[in-house]
Design a protein around this ligand. Structure first.
Ligand code: F6R
Length: 611
């Protein structure tokens, strides 16, 4: 959510900052800006509302040349998305700040700073930071000292970067609740809110920890921890292919990421399956001992990751016999929770930086859970660092704002968790575990078969182009899959979509059904199929048009107002993973037909690091 890039080098840094912003644009894209200290020693900036391409165009007309600079792409929280509110924000003519996150006491700070004579030129909370820092510089002339003095007065979550024309040899950074990473070069160093932004210039990184303040110069980096002590943080070499930030042959990142699913699911399984069993040590050295004591599981997550957790509840209770609760993080964190004895706290997150999920984990630590496990896609994220056990999903960077491959790899990880818990606690018989391990090994092939239905789904998408509302139905573990399908459709095509357990239809939503309301259903061949078929009859009887993704063996055929798309046959337990694919493709093709911005849908951003 918002992106920060900074550089201190011996070469012109504006192209590096711009390239970094383009790579981070998926995190926020309503305005962007860059500030550099020019050769003359003057601090200059260029800001534009809209996408980074608008800023790039403006910089062609008014170039900025400098060797020290900061840049930002914004997802508005305080103040409308317009040029005046775009970062970097200035205090006077020589101090600039970019900021991710929220300063919660910004109103009090604004009043105090106005009282000291500062004039605000934006509606943002960020501007309070830069004026506060300016004020502190009067007492602490060194920029790092001034920042250290200002930080205790900032309440909330932030990652921020600062430059000053009067100290043009350094870039300052501070992290509290919003990630920052330093990129190490030779005779040049960089800063970003995500290492993805810097992979064009380096593969060596230092991740700042909570409460860290850093001073970054061309040839040195100094970091102070929360207590003010000078600390050494580990350097990490990043090996994953830099091509991840590239669309390759695909028109959109989302389509590329949908098609990557067989490969990333394969990667998520690698090294985690033994002969006929899941390797429990994949969850960490202490996992076996901890899992043996688990009598209950509490899952907490947001959005798509929450839907993955909902599927896991069906699996954990049916296969491992463990009671499971699941809740969205924004509710869990503010609720008085009664913790069941011997409960494992599980968080699920693609980014590992989602503010609500992180806050829920921090609360959970006070609540007496047995331990915490993060199912996460980013090994260096706050969530992973703060959890006792981790299972990484290995989906690779997900750039499309709508989550796709993150979801299916989360489901795979959650099924591995189910099998591991069942195995260690002795609640899952060996034959069932072996059967599911074999089914998991075949899963990438089945996902490939589902992707081969691409053209059929594209055709069916035409039914939705003129519609304003849709219903998604599923039963059992397919109900969360229907919820995920509805979320995908609404977020990228802006069509109103709601998901219901099919059995709930007659308790209200059936009243909505008419010929203008397509009803999408996922129908694997399981014990609920006949009941689902009856629910679909209820829809047809009201003139509703049905789009059914059905197992080839389900005995469902095309008919008037009924469009059946045959799915490969798969083990019922794995069906939620397979049936997700056509729903992702459906929302993608509907969005393309509607001409929306598929990878960067309006009002949204990747990695929600604010509450
Ligand atoms: C939807 C989507 C969001 C995220 C949610 C949680 O396509 O991407 O709903 O799933 O913001 O994000 P993570 O998984 O990073 O915690």
């Amino acid at each position: 959510m918002c992106g920060i890039v900074g550089a201190v080098a011996e070469r012109p840094i504006t192209p590096i900052l711009l390239e970094g912003l383009k790579r981070l644009e998926y995190r926020g894209y309503d305005s962007a800006g860059v500030a550099v200290i020019e050769q003359s020693g003057a601090l200059q900036r260029c800001r534009r509302s809209g996408k980074v391409s608008e800023l790039a165009q403006a910089l062609l007309n008014e170039p900025l040349h400098g060797r020290l600079g900061i840049a930002h792409t914004r997802w508005a929280t305080h103040g409308a998305p317009c040029e005046r509110n775009a970062h970097p924000h200035f205090s006077g003519s020589d101090l600039a700040v970019v900021h991710n996150g929220i300063i919660e006491n910004h109103e009090a700070l604004r009043a105090e700073l106005c009282g000291l004579g500062y004039e605000f030129s934006s509606d943002t909370d960020t501007e309070t930071i830069v004026h506060l820092l300016h004020h502190k510089l009067k007492t602490f002339p060194d920029l790092a000292d001034a920042l250290k003095a200002a930080i205790p007065e900032l309440h909330g979550a932030y990652g921020l970067a600062v430059i000053s024309a009067s100290q043009p040899d350094r870039l300052l950074a501070a992290r509290s609740g919003s990630p920052l990473v330093i990129g190490l070069g030779l005779g040049e160093n960089f800063l970003a809110s995500d290492q993805l932004a810097l992979r064009q210039v380096t593969d060596r990184f230092i991740y700042l920890e909570e409460g860290d303040i850093a001073e970054i110069r061309r040839n040195s980096v100094q970091i102070w921890d929360e207590s003010g002590a000078l600390v050494e943080r580990e350097q990490v070499q990043y090996h994953e292919g830099a091509e991840a930030a590239d669309k390759g042959e695909y028109r959109h990142f989302m389509l590329k990421e949908i098609h990557e699913q067989p490969a990333v699911v394969q990667r998520t399984l690698e090294g985690r399956l033994g002969s006929g069993r899941v390797l429990v040590q994949a969850f960490g050295a202490e996992a076996a001992e901890l899992f043996a004591r688990v009598k209950n599981v509490q899952i907490v997550a947001c959005g798509t990751s929450y839907h993955a957790g909902m599927v896991a509840r069906y699996w954990l209770e049916a296969l491992a016999g463990i009671p499971c609760q699941i809740e969205v993080a924004s509710e869990f964190r503010y609720r008085k929770v009664v913790v069941q004895p011997d409960s494992l706290f599980v968080t699920i997150s693609q980014s590992g930086e989602t503010a609500d999920t992180l806050a829920a984990l921090r609360n959970a630590k006070e609540l007496g859970f047995l331990g915490s496990l993060a199912i996460c896609n980013v090994g260096t994220s706050s969530l992973v660092r703060e959890s006792e056990l981790t299972l990484l999903t290995h989906a690779g960077p997900e750039i499309g704002v709508a989550s796709t491959k993150a979801f299916t790899t989360q489901l795979v990880a959650l099924l591995l968790l189910t099998l591991a818990l069942g195995q260690v606690r002795g609640t899952l018989d060996k034959a069932t575990e072996a059967e599911l391990v074999e089914a998991l090994r075949r899963l990438p092939t089945h996902l490939g078969e589902a992707l081969a239905m691409d053209k059929k789904v594209e055709k069916v998408a035409e039914l939705f182009a003129e519609k304003h509302h849709t219903l998604f139905l599923g039963r059992g573990a397919q109900y969360p899959v229907a919820m995920e399908g509805a979320l995908k459709l609404k977020e990228i095509s802006y069509i109103h979509a709601e998901a219901y357990p099919a059995g709930e239809l007659k308790h209200g939503p059936l009243a909505l059904v008419d010929s203008d309301m397509p009803v999408v259903t996922v129908a694997p061949n399981n014990e609920l199929l006949e009941k689902l078929k009856s629910n679909l009859q209820e829809v047809r009887a009201r003139g509703g048009e049905l789009i059914v993704f059905a197992d080839q063996q389900a005995g469902m055929a095309n008919g008037e107002g009924t469009h059946v798309i045959g799915m490969p046959h798969i083990h019922d337990v794995l069906a939620p993973i397979l049936y997700t694919i056509p729903l992702q493709l459906l929302s993608y093709y509907v969005a393309v037909l509607k001409g929306t911005d598929v990878d960067q849908p309006r009002n949204l951003a990747k990695s929600v690091t604010v509450e």
